[in-house]
Design a protein around this ligand. Structure first.
Ligand code: ZN
Length: 211
């Protein structure tokens, strides 16, 4: 599987284009459509996966659906949000009142730990609440896509939802036992791998349990 990273102009979130045998899967929708079209090339897009319900990962979802005409998948909370987006203005995110999803018939909920097999892609979703309610990681053909749950040298903010810290502790506990991946692609910044992330998870579990 080939993985191309497209960095968005919105908070430099990463959108990924995964391709195999002429088919492509897109992870997140923060990058401009024209850049994603270039990354997709001749491949046919068969699915879009959403890691969570923050606008820097979702902003162009309408444009992607319109152009690629494919199904969109996410956790229950993320899909519910996308169908009816309400941005809580806590002062940390710019207001985006114009954000509106128009084509919601293509949205599909994946249940926690569900595996979706389409074409040559095996896609497993892992619910990882904490950074947002619907935050999820995906393992696609042995590569993990973490959204804002794990970064190459840290973890995502957990102060943006109620009980975010407690939920993040549970998520780290859960991810500690996940083994079926190798390379890690994060929602912002550099890529990582399972060894680095196991250390990262242990470290932040200890930090969160201390205070
Ligand atoms: Zn986020």
């Amino acid at each position: 599987m080939e993985v191309k990273k497209v960095v968005s102009n919105i908070l430099e979130s990463n959108t990924f284009v995964l391709s195999e045998n002429g088919k492509a899967v897109i992870v997140d929708c923060g990058a401009e459509l024209k850049d994603v079209i270039t990354a997709v090339g001749e491949n046919k897009v068969i699915a879009i996966l959403l890691t969570h319900e923050h606008y820097d990962h979702l902003f162009y979802v309408n444009e992607y659906i319109k152009h690629f005409n494919c199904a969109v998948y996410g956790s229950e909370e993320t899909i519910n949000f996308v169908k009816n987006p309400v941005w809580e203005d806590d002062g940390t995110l710019p207001r985006l009142n114009e954000f509106k999803v128009e084509y919601n018939s293509n949205f599909n909920v994946l249940n926690d730990m569900q595996v979706l097999n389409i074409e040559n892609f095996s896609i497993k979703i892992i619910y990882c609440s904490g950074h947002s309610l619907g935050a999820s990681c995906y393992i696609v053909n042995g590569a993990m896509f973490t959204g804002d749950v794990l970064f190459s040298t840290g973890i995502g903010r957990y102060d943006m939802i109620k009980n975010g810290k407690e939920l993040t502790k549970k998520t780290l506990e859960k991810l500690q036992n996940v083994e079926d991946y190798n390379i890690v692609y994060c929602g912002h910044g550099e890529d990582s791998n399972i060894d680095k992330q196991k250390r990262n998870i242990r470290l932040f579990k200890a930090i969160l349990n201390k205070n």
